[in-house]
Write a protein that binds this ligand. Structure first.
Ligand code: ADP
Ligand code: ZN
Ligand code: MG
Length: 485
């Protein structure tokens, strides 16, 4: 019997606002000293009043618009009651039946995934459980930080689709500059609901929720694990219970945390201390009008405008700054005729996605960082030097390395290190003749028809000139000299 997996995601993202959700404490994820960004409001002292952060609300609406959601004309906050040491008030201010955004969608690998809702709530404090002590520590700096929660419909069909959904959402949050959404830092956290059903059965099976997945890899692995575990249970004739599981990264397993609680366990009721919100069509349209170009639109445009393949456009668009740097580089290539522009754009993409990308990943920098030293103008100049055969590609790689290290102009580096490529035919012919004369044995081999003799000569020419010959021209010329002998 074949089983079909069904997956729905719940994704939390911390919003990048100046202050917290309901008080004026700083929302500073970099704050290292525990319990410094706290006040009576976010500590839940009696008699305090929360005031909603308008930027946080605006940010969630922007996300909703970017994901084709309907924005609620009327919305409110609700109390979600539960008792936990990291929740100072004994309840979380969240949204229950009137979320800010509903009915959105996101295209993933050519399938449309429906988004049920996006709402706004507050983050909890951070608990630190000491393994060797009899107490736990709580840091309330994170308590009350604005948190958006997105819930998908059970539309996702595989672990890869789930992680790609999360990746695309992360990119969109970054384009909108509403969240850094760094999973390692806990700024974006994924929960996956997973069920399986026999191929011939229409209704979904009972789902298991896996909490706190902190990397794209864990999202995939946890889903794979659950599909396998549930399949095994069903094959054995056992029933799946609706449960909440955690994810053990080291063991690569999910484990039972608790039986699932239902909405009524939380005793939701409207937050009496915060007035409900109303949004006019004009307000919403004004926000829509200031959305930036989004990844999908940019990807389509890059393919169209610069003749990029889907893969190239994808890679450049993933990182907003990289895409913008690419466009600057292309505009700095200079006024060029169409064919040349196409060739040089392609060359730029190749160098960006290999050498440059490698450097950025290895050093953890971005092209917009202040210690990134290569201006778009210098990058374009390097590309033009390569395209004009002024330097070999081997030399270009080492020039780029030095540019990244020092920020120097490529022309300067080439001049200083004598890396100019020799493309002059007469000069190359001279060198070819010399090499042939000095290697009579290889000449014999060549005459006997040994194929690799030609390559040997080219290699010798390169060695003699420290790689500064144009390889194609050298090959052509040495072949011509040899046939004329
Ligand atoms: P609950 O009421 O238990 O929280 P919801 O219906 O609100 O469940 O859905 C929570 C999440 O679980 C959503 O992302 C939804 O898409 C997903 N989901 C719902 N039913 C299933 C199912 N049978 N299999 C997998 N995911 C599901
Ligand atoms: Zn506060
Ligand atoms: Mg929630």
């Amino acid at each position: 019997m074949r089983y079909i997996p069904t997956i729905g995601l719940e994704i939390h993202a911390e919003l990048k606002t100046r202050s917290k959700m309901f008080c004026s404490c700083l929302n500073d994820p970099l704050q290292k000293d525990a319990n410094t960004n706290v006040c009576p409001i976010c500590m839940g002292h009696p008699g305090t009043l929360p005031v909603a952060n308008k930027d946080a609300i605006t940010n969630v609406i922007k996300v909703g618009l970017a994901l084709d959601c309907a924005i609620a004309p009327f919305s409110k906050f609700d109390r979600k009651n539960y008792f936990y040491p990291d929740l100072p008030k004994g309840y979380q201010i969240s949204q229950y039946d009137l979320p800010l955004c509903e009915h959105g969608k996101l295209r993933v690998f050519d399938r449309q995934i429906q988004i049920r809702r996006i709402h706004l709530e507050e983050d909890t404090a951070r608990s630190q459980h000491q393994t060797d002590k009899t107490f736990s520590l709580v840091d309330f700096n994170r308590a009350g930080v604005p948190l958006m929660e997105l819930v998908t419909e059970p539309d996702i069909q595989s672990s890869q689709e789930a992680s790609e959904f999360a990746r695309q959402l992360q990119t969109i949050l970054r384009y909108l500059q509403v969240s850094d959404a760094d999973m390692e830092k806990g700024q974006m956290r994924v929960e996956a609901n997973i069920s399986i059903r026999p191929e011939r059965q229409k209704e979904f099976g009972t789902k298991v929720e896996v909490k706190n997945l902190n990397s794209f890899r864990s999202v995939e692995q946890a889903i794979e694990f659950e599909i396998a575990r549930q399949t095994e249970s069903l094959v054995k004739g056992q029933q799946i219970r609706q449960e909440t599981h955690g994810w053990n990264e080291l063991k690569g397993e999910t484990f039972l945390q608790r039986e699932k609680e239902s909405a009524h366990d939380y005793r939701y009721f409207p937050e009496p201390d915060i007035p409900p919100m109303k949004f006019s069509k004009e307000e919403i349209e004004a926000l829509r009008a200031c959305l930036p170009e989004l990844p999908q639109a940019r990807k389509d445009r890059f393919q169209r405008e610069f003749n990029l393949t889907q893969k190239e456009a994808d890679a450049l668009v993933k990182n907003k700054d990289m895409g913008e740097y690419f466009e600057q580089v292309v505009s700095e290539l200079g006024p060029l005729e169409k064919d040349q522009l196409r060739i040089r754009t392609k060359l730029s993409v190749n160098y960006m996605l290999s050498d440059l990308q490698g450097y950025l990943q290895a050093t953890g920098t971005g092209v917009q960082d202040s210690h990134f030293l290569v201006t778009a103008e210098n990058f374009a100049e390097l590309i033009n030097l390569i395209a004009d055969n002024k330097i070999s590609s081997a030399a270009a790689k080492s020039v780029l390395k030095e540019m990244l290290r020092t920020g120097a102009d490529p022309d300067h580096i080439i001049e200083e290190r004598g890396l100019h490529q020799i493309s002059d035919a007469a000069q190359i012919e001279q060198i070819a003749k010399e090499i042939i004369q000095n290697n009579p044995k290889a000449l014999e081999d060549y005459k006997k028809g040994k194929g690799n003799a030609l390559q040997f000569f080219v290699g010798q020419m390169m060695a003699k000139t420290k790689g500064s010959l144009n390889p194609e021209t050298s090959r052509e010329i040495v072949a011509r000299v040899l046939t004329s002998l």
